[in-house]
Write a protein that binds this ligand. Structure first.
Ligand code: GLN
Length: 456
């Protein structure tokens, strides 16, 4: 299997999905595993699973750069808890995957290592920031991959690529060893071609961790036994009738809701008046957290250091950071520093925290009445490369449906729904209450069965 994926990776180099392939190591591990199986020795729950990881997840002894020049050549000193758990169950990690710099972006165009191409249409983006992770599964370059989802970076590229992307509850998977973007939003997520693969990996990597105090102590239930029943589903009118949503997709969702009803589920409209505030609140809070998190990259402790000599200390920092960070990361550090500055703190940061509270309360009210909320994942299909590159506001606004789950810390999944007349796939997003991944995965399987969707 490793040989098959290595061949596939070789054939699709132009997609630019992998930053590094751990060829020799993966083959050695596969041989060792084969020997153990031949000898009748026990093997782990993920034996035979070949996984790629996003370049923001640390794997001891392997390079990790967050697709940024500032971390060029940096080698992980320890492994993320998620990685440790994968390895302990005999998964084979085949390489690390391209992404937007520090996971900031929606197209993978912000990588210092160049864009990733959507395998279905090479003139289009795969989405971001976990674009490499999505394409690796889409183009069959590995079986499952890990990404990170701060505001949609697993669900949105899954939608653009026609595959499954899960963002678990905040704190379900340890963030230890995940390079921080916005710590109160970040969560490791899983890409797969079907629900069973995603559930199997979640089962292994979820759970408490002494190295991350925000990792929940909540017991890890059985995610692999899926439930079959009639579900009580809500859709958000404000999301379905939002002017930004593609007309054809809107019709597609409406007829899908009718199908759910014919299948015995109830589908009811719910009000969510805050939808237009979620993107501004998200970008104020995440840039604030990013400006703080990224202050550690100072040219002294990590990564890139300017080669200019005899600089004053402040100039040394400025120069190293100016050379190391890309444009979008700089924009966000500036914005985040601004919203945290003494004169503007209350007007922006405090206000956004208040909006977050309203969103959390309203969402949990809805989720206490229904099993799930179903809504679009993204308002359009995959953008053309360069289409939104010069318009950051338009790019940010396209995150309208995904940031909700991160603001509220609830689990959400995108599953492929159908093809648009432009030939590209689009998905549907399912959101359930905190720590109800078992239900989330069951509903996702139900949707996939109903539509008999085969991933791309
Ligand atoms: N597109 C969003 C952003 O740029 C989401 C990123 C993410 O989830 N890492 O912030």
């Amino acid at each position: 299997m490793v040989r098959y994926y290595l061949y596939q990776i070789e054939q699709t180099k132009h997609l630019n999905a992998f930053l590094e392939v751990f060829e020799e190591e993966a083959l050695l591990k596969a041989h060792a595993l084969d020997t153990r199986i031949k000898n009748g020795e026990p093997v782990g729950a993920l034996a035979g699973i070949v996984i790629g990881i996003k370049d923001v997840i640390c794997y001891k002894g392997h390079k990790v750069s967050a697709a940024s020049r500032i971390l060029e050549g940096f080698t992980s000193l320890y492994s993320a808890t998620a990685v440790e758990r994968l390895l302990a169950e005999d998964a084979i990690i085949i390489g690390n995957l391209n992404c937007d710099e520090f996971a900031m972006g929606s197209t993978n165009e912000n990588s210092a290592y160049g864009p990733v191409l959507n395998a279905l249409d090479n003139t289009r983006v795969p989405g971001g920031s976990s674009g490499g992770s999505a394409v690796a599964v889409q183009a069959d370059l590995c079986m499952v991959s890990l990404g990170s989802d701060t505001g949609g970076s697993v669900r949105q590229p899954a939608d653009f690529c026609g595959i499954v992307g899960l963002k678990p509850t905040y704190g379900r998977i340890s963030r230890y060893g995940l390079i921080a973007y916005a710590s109160s939003f970040d969560q490791i997520g899983i890409f797969g071609r079907n629900i069973a693969d995603v559930a199997r990996v979640l089962q292994v990597i979820a759970g408490p961790d002494g190295y991350d105090s925000t990792a929940s102590k909540e017991e890890v239930p059985d995610y692999q036994t899926l439930h079959n029943k009639s579900w009580k589903i809500a859709y958000l009118k404000d999301a379905l009738f939002h002017p930004g949503l593609d007309e054809e997709m809107k019709k597609g969702y409406i007829s899908f809701f009718e199908e759910l009803e014919s299948a015995g589920d109830s589908v009811t409209a719910a009000d969510f008046a805050y939808l237009d505030y979620v993107v501004p609140a998200y970008y104020v809070l995440t840039t604030a957290e990013a400006s703080s998190n990224l202050s550690r990259f100072d040219g002294v402790k990590y990564g890139h250091r300017t080669s200019l000599k005899n600089l004053e200390l402040a100039d040394f920092y400025k120069k190293s950071r100016s050379e190391g960070f890309g444009k979008e990361v700089k924009r966000r550090i500036l914005l985040g520093t601004f919203v945290l500055s003494a004169g503007y703190y209350d007007a922006y940061f405090t206000k956004a925290q208040q909006v977050r509270r309203l969103v959390v309360d309203k969402l949990s009210e809805i989720l206490s009445q229904y099993d799930a909320i179903i809504m679009p994942t993204v308002p359009s299909t995959a953008f053309k490369i360069g289409e939104k590159a010069d318009d950051p506001i338009a790019m940010y606004l396209a995150d309208i449906y995904t940031v909700l789950a991160n603001l509220a810390g609830v689990p959400a999944i995108s599953v492929p729904l159908q093809r648009h007349s432009n030939g590209m796939p689009y998905g549907v997003q399912i959101i359930t209450k905190q720590f109800s991944e078992a239900n989330l995965l069951s509903i996702a399987e139900h949707v996939m069965q109903l539509r008999r969707v085969t991933p791309v």
